[in-house]
Design a protein around this ligand. Structure first.
Ligand code: 2AM
Length: 490
């Protein structure tokens, strides 16, 4: 068989995402070779969705490889984990130096790092790309976050940027090179964590409007629709408005009939685990993961609701007759919390970049999330601007625009949380965001006492303000010894 075939790229894995990505590439003029472990799916695909398009099929990996232009480009889009490694092993003997394997699945970034090292030793190029936007995104324009061996980028750039989502103002692609080895999948992971956070803060706004203001679902639908025309303009606010308005067969809002026990696939959890690993306070995403965990203890909560008391239920919240201004306060609390969440997400990216020596383009990352994916929003355009203005920006909260925005929201944010606390309505994400904000802007925190306690019971030593270069141990009781243990930093 000819060693140089007609296809620009191959894709392995014909689940919906894979099929849609192939159709998207074909729509943009690329010839794609499709393969799947269960090869009957190749035939079904060719006979149906792919019919009449620049899509060819293969019934073996050998056949697929023989049909590819060089350097060969192969996207693997299968279940994350062992299946990816298995295809990589099968492909290695079939490929030549400089050929490119791209993993577009939801792989953990540490797996991508490992695969990069492994394939480098085989003289092959590897890319781990975050793909976001679900089935619809894959078909008509996903957000793509490729990272790995940078030598691969010039060969895949055109295809990737052609098929990705575009930001309408100037048609910029929501896809750029993220960085070395696991950077693409790391950025995708943080995206997913931020998605958890965005969803949680919207839920808290809904909960406050429902429990405190006793608004109807149609009223809330209107409010979310209104917010969607302002700074919170985003996919998630838009769909929330739709969900609020959606009626079950009996004419009642469907959302109120859904069991309040949230599921999760674990990608938010990975972000929280990384945050702990790197020692970065990504508190809002962490709280969002825990809020889902708490929600899933439905039976326990129901039992506790009969036993544990809170503020008097007869207490009617007095909004001073002005529901409107409290609704506006909630919007501002949501917005300020969202700014903190993204600031924390970018802090995590910065820390990982420093650790792994990734040269991350933060404005570019904001642009990749600006369209195509679940967290797409106008807000991300402002984040891009902040990093364009100052690529070295240490923290989003320090950018002039966001500093001003938070300052404008601050009184409302505090009022909402104080009111919720008084009435016993949980707002874990709003509250943790404010606690972070107040901690971050504090020149003095009580960690001096933590250091004293650690030194008291464990001789862990501390630094004096007037002599920070030395680690000192004090014999606090006069009884213990003077021997100090080694210091460590969390
Ligand atoms: P299948 O159609 O042969 O099951 C989503 O599940 C995609 O991942 C499908 O294309 C599926 O192939 C593929 N997949 C899942 N597990 C796999 C494995 N262990 N080996 C190869 N492909 C796998």
């Amino acid at each position: 068989m000819a060693s140089e075939g007609p296809a620009d790229i191959a894709l392995i894995g014909l689940a919906v995402m894979g099929q849609n990505l192939i159709l998207n590439m074909a729509d943009h003029g690329f010839t794609v070779c499709a393969f799947n472990r269960t090869t009957s799916k190749v035939d079904d695909f060719l006979a149906n969705e792919a019919k009449g398009k620049s899509i060819i099929g293969a019934h073996s990996l050998e056949e697929m490889v023989s049909k590819l232009k060089k350097p060969r480009k192969i996207i693997i889009l299968v279940k994350a984990g062992q299946a990816v490694d298995s295809f990589i092993e099968q492909l290695i003997p079939l490929l030549e130096q400089g050929d490119i394997i791209i993993d577009g699945g939801n792989s953990e970034y540490t797996d991508t790092q490992r695969r990069c090292n492994y394939l480098k030793s085989k003289d092959l190029l590897f890319v781990g790309s975050g793909v976001s936007g679900g089935e619809e995104g894959a078909r008509y324009g996903p957000s793509l976050m490729p990272g790995g061996h940078p030598e691969a980028w010039p060969h895949i750039k055109e295809i990737f940027q052609c098929i990705s989502a575009k930001v309408s103002d100037n048609n910029e692609p929501c896809c750029d090179w993220v960085g070395n080895d696991g950077a693409g999948h790391f950025v995708k992971m943080v995206h997913n964590g931020i998605e958890y956070g965005d969803m949680q803060i919207i839920c808290e706004a809904y909960h406050l409007m429902k429990m405190i203001l006793k608004l109807s679902n149609d009223e809330m639908a209107d409010i979310f629709a209104d917010w969607n025309k302002q700074e919170l303009d985003s996919f998630l606010i838009e769909i929330t408005s739709d969900i609020m308005r959606y009626k079950d067969d009996d004419g009642q809002p469907l959302v109120e009939k859904i069991l309040d026990s949230a599921g999760q696939k674990g990608t938010g959890k990975w972000t929280a685990i990384s945050a702990l690993d790197f020692g970065v306070p990504v508190t809002l995403i962490g709280e969002s993961v825990f809020a889902r965990c708490l929600s899933s203890l439905k039976n326990e909560r129901l039992a506790a609701s009969e036993i544990l008391s809170g503020p008097s239920t007869t207490m009617e919240f007095d909004v001073g007759g002005d529901k409107k201004s409290f609704i506006d306060d909630i919007r501002k609390a949501l917005y300020a919390s969202k700014i903190v969440s993204y600031a924390q997400g970018f802090m995590l990216l910065r820390e990982a970049a420093a650790k792994f020596d990734w040269n991350l383009n933060y404005g570019g990352i904001a642009l990749m999330w600006r369209g195509g994916c679940i967290i797409r929003s106008v807000f991300l355009g402002n984040i891009k601007k902040a990093f364009d203005n100052n690529p070295e920006l240490q923290n989003l909260l320090l950018d002039d625009f966001f500093r001003e925005e938070i300052s404008k929201c601050q009184d409302s944010w505090r009022n909402v949380i104080a009111t919720a606390v008084k009435l016993g309505i949980p707002t874990p994400a709003f509250s943790t965001a404010l606690a972070f904000y107040d901690g971050y802007r504090s020149g003095q925190l009580p960690a001096n006492l933590i250091q004293a306690q650690r030194d008291y019971f464990g001789a862990h030593t501390y630094q004096r303000i007037d002599n920070p270069g030395n680690f000192i141990h004090t014999n606090w009781t006069g009884k213990g010894g003077n021997v100090s243990s080694s210091t460590y930093n969390a």
